[in-house]
Design a protein around this ligand. Structure first.
Ligand SMILES: [Zn+2]
Length: 401
């Protein structure tokens, strides 16, 4: 193992910055990296040589383009190191293998029959074991995991997941004991936010908020690529933002929390009440073909096709999501709000309605600087984000053991 990173704190910081610069912009020359970081050519050359040796960076000779001169350009190395991430949503584990540039090379899914803690942990172990067999090369020696709930990232424990009624689930301890591989754990939607910020629509955006809507709702607040955890990992728990005092009861015990009125679970409850009252809806036929199960995703899809009952449910949820987004815009002043998660990824009409509602409630000045868009990374966004926990630590993982 290479030992150089530990030897010198300043070199460690410089190395991290050089690697980050190459990650952000593919194809820079050594001289360009030196100029951007205000470092000498000699320092850059030493660091780049080491990054090439360890297999993170590759230099390629380019041909002259137009009046541009030919040169040697730096990029991340593909086909050397790989990262694994897994995330739980829609009753299944999704695991991915990615290269250093976040390209998803392999996907493995493990559906669960039951959503209890034991099945959840067992499913995680199974899905990781299975995908490990498909590694095309060296694995960055850790696994990233995205889970529901409020996660203590240092301990790797789900403190509480109110949409499932879980408390104190020791994910990190379990997986490290079962597989003997270092494990990092993060809330699944904060993982989704990281992925969009590194590889998706949030790339190079200064201040962004990713709002993940699934059975619960949570967000990632990211500033210049750094995920804000808060004092004890609760930053982004917007599912418990009070938007309707005295409204529906939330799993946390309070009433009127955003996720009690606007999550996938809330959409299902509202649609089921209307169906029980005998209202006509295309949901009945869809439920029959899905084995009787209703989900927030299905309701959004039927709303997009014009089912009036589904659309009414989505409008109700979007009203509260819009209020929440307006409050976030007023207080955090983001450049970008990304709507994601299994329900958010259904796109319009939900995203359009959230945008319209937010426009009604937000202050004009910050709203004028904010774009509200749908996430672009699709169903593997959370697993890719979990892999980011490993990719972001590649220097420490490979060079300081
Ligand atoms: Zn709550």
């Amino acid at each position: 193992m290479t030992k150089w990173v530990k030897t010198d704190e300043l070199e460690r910081v410089n190395t991290r910055n050089v690697l980050r610069t190459i990650e952000l912009e593919n194809g820079l020359s050594r001289a360009q990296v030196a100029r951007r970081l205000g470092l000498s050519r000699t320092t850059i050359s030493t660091i780049v040589s080491k990054l090439i040796t360890v297999g993170f960076v590759t230099e390629k000779q380019s041909k002259a383009k137009g009046r541009g001169r030919p040169g040697i350009h730096l990029s991340l190395t593909s086909e050397r190191w790989y990262a694994i991430g897994a995330e739980f949503h829609s009753k299944k584990w999704v695991a991915v293998i990615t290269d250093l540039e976040g390209r998803v090379l392999k996907i493995s899914e493990t559906p669960l029959k039951k959503e209890d803690v034991d099945s959840f942990l067992l499913g995680l172990k199974d899905t990781i074991r299975r995908i490990l067999k498909d590694l095309p090369g060296a694995m960055l020696p850790a696994i990233g995991v995205g889970t529901p709930g409020l996660v203590d990232c240092e301990k790797g424990v789900i403190l509480r997941a109110d949409d499932f009624g879980w408390r104190q689930v020791e994910v990190k301890k379990y997986l490290e004991e079962e597989l003997g591989i270092k494990t990092f754990v993060l809330n699944r939607h904060r993982a989704g936010g990281l992925a969009e910020s590194r590889f998706g629509v949030g790339r190079k955006v200064h201040n962004l908020v990713y709002i993940g809507i699934g059975t619960g709702i949570s967000a990632a607040f990211i500033s210049d690529g750094i995920l804000i955890h808060g004092a004890n990992y609760s930053a982004g728990e917007i599912g418990h933002m009070i938007v309707d005092p005295g409204g529906d009861r939330c799993g946390c015990g309070k009433t009127g929390c955003l996720q009690a009125v606007a999550s996938g679970s809330a959409l299902v409850r509202r649609a089921q009440e209307a169906l029980r009252r005998g209202e006509a809806s295309s949901l009945r036929g869809v439920m029959e073909s899905e084995g009787g199960e209703l989900s927030g995703e299905l309701i959004c899809k039927e709303a997009a096709k014009g089912d009036p009952l589904s659309l009414r449910c989505v409008e109700h949820a979007a009203r509260f999501l819009g209020i929440a987004v307006a409050n976030i815009i007023n207080s955090f002043n983001p450049d970008l709000v990304i709507i994601g998660g299994p329900v958010g990824q259904t796109g319009d009409p939900l995203v359009r309605l959230i945008r319209e509602e937010a426009a009604k409630w937000a202050m004009e000045h910050p709203f004028s600087a904010t774009r509200i868009v749908q996430g672009v990374l699709g169903e593997t966004v959370g697993a890719l984000g979990a892999a980011c926990l490993v990719l972001d630590r590649k220097l420490e993982l490979v060079c300081t053991e």
